[in-house]
Design a protein around this ligand. Structure first.
Ligand code: 5GP
Ligand code: MN
Length: 355
């Protein structure tokens, strides 16, 4: 028996049929994902675009802003387009081309987000084009009015897991090649923290087993993911030694980085990705928050262990959302206010803490 025959087809066949009809009649695809794209956003968007090209379609990915250089190892990334070319860009193409692609698209495939606003400013352009929109995502509560086909599975480890399942259920497993397999694997590997989180369904490993048949170098991908510029290593040390605050009573930790500090360490996009997880390595700590000063807002990242629902915290206090153990938002105010709000909110969430 082939491995793919053992993989559960979790997507509703009605959604597959609806997507198939749209894909069959469309030719100019634009693939979009969430702003500040992470490994799953990049992997899922590149993989579905590669797949569509293999089906003979024109397909481009348009990122709302430039993916961090730490994701450069994902194959195909630097061929794509960026909408907000004001952010430093090593991706080839710029806003005008991105705009034109969005206007000319006759179909959008949107991955790893549940609501158009997560695309940032680009969402206005995308939503202004009446072309059909197919969503493939694993966040809770998809905005049902905004998409024509909704493939939404919060139980999935990553949007990339759903991209594979989608291709399988389209009857196109044979189109998976080494590049597509790598792109999908990268998203699954990054969104699960290298298969620690949200990856206990056996299905995840059946899909990994299938992808590995394409012969990519799995160990190298994990090594590439761990590599970082010296400035990030040093910033990490600074955060842990000088910035991290503990609120022991509520098993919480938080830290912030202001513009001056970011400049001092020549912080580039992606440099502080994952820092918010570090305090969770401390035995007693169950919730962690990271506040980073941006141009017009404070970027908030929240993580937790166990039952502490950081998505509720993000929703209630930081105009955001996310998953139970990983959430984020944007706060309009000062860094200090954002931090104070966190400390004040902790008692309201004390009931979720494990003894
Ligand atoms: P991160 O902390 O890595 O930026 O985000 C972790 C998760 O929180 C993301 O996967 C996403 O689900 C959610 N998230 C982050 N920022 C926002 C935001 O501004 N709004 C919403 N709704 N969710 C966010
Ligand atoms: Mn994801």
């Amino acid at each position: 028996m082939n491995i793919q025959d053992t993989i559960e087809r979790i997507i509703d066949p009605k959604q597959i049929d609806a997507a198939r009809q749209i894909i069959n009649r469309c030719n100019k695809f634009v693939v979009c994902t969430h702003m500040s794209p992470d490994g799953d956003a990049v992997g899922s968007s590149l993989a579905i675009a590669s797949y569509l090209r293999k089906k003979g379609k024109e397909a481009r990915v348009v990122y709302s802003d430039t993916p961090g250089d730490n994701l450069n190892f994902i194959p195909g990334l630097r061929e794509e387009m960026v909408f907000d070319s004001q952010s430093q860009t090593s991706v080839k193409n710029t806003r005008d081309e991105a705009m034109q692609a969005i206007r000319e698209a006759d179909c959008f495939v949107i991955t790893d987000l549940n609501t158009p606003s997560r695309m940032g400013d680009m969402n206005k352009e995308v939503m202004a084009n009446p072309a059909p929109k197919i969503l493939i995502d694993h966040h809770l509560d998809p905005a049902t009015d905004s998409f024509d086909v909704i493939i939404s599975h919060p139980e999935a480890s990553a949007a990339c897991e759903l991209i594979y399942t989608f291709i399988l259920q389209m009857g196109d497993d044979a189109l998976i090649d080494k590049q597509i397999a790598t792109q999908i694997y990268c998203g699954m590997m990054t969104d699960t923290g290298q298969f620690i989180f949200s990856s206990s369904r056996p299905q995840v490993y059946l899909i990994v087993a299938r992808l590995l048949q394409e012969g990519f170098d799995k160990e190298k991908l994990h090594r590439d993911l761990a590599l970082e510029p010296e400035r990030r290593t040093r910033l990490k040390g600074y955060v842990l030694l000088q910035k991290m605050q503990l609120v022991t009573q509520y098993k919480a930790a938080y830290f912030s980085l202001n513009k001056t500090e970011l400049k001092r360490f020549n912080h580039q996009k992606g440099d502080s990705e994952g820092f918010v997880n570090m305090p969770l390595d401390i035995y007693s700590i169950q919730v962690s928050a990271f506040f980073r000063e941006e141009k017009n807002f404070v970027k908030v990242s929240l993580r937790s262990k166990g039952d502490f629902p950081v998505n509720l915290l993000a929703q209630k206090f930081y105009n955001g959302g996310g998953h139970k153990n990983a959430a984020g938002g944007e706060f309009l105010g000062t860094l200090q206010q954002a931090e104070q709000l966190f400390v004040k909110a902790l008692p309201l969430f004390a009931k979720y803490l494990e003894k």
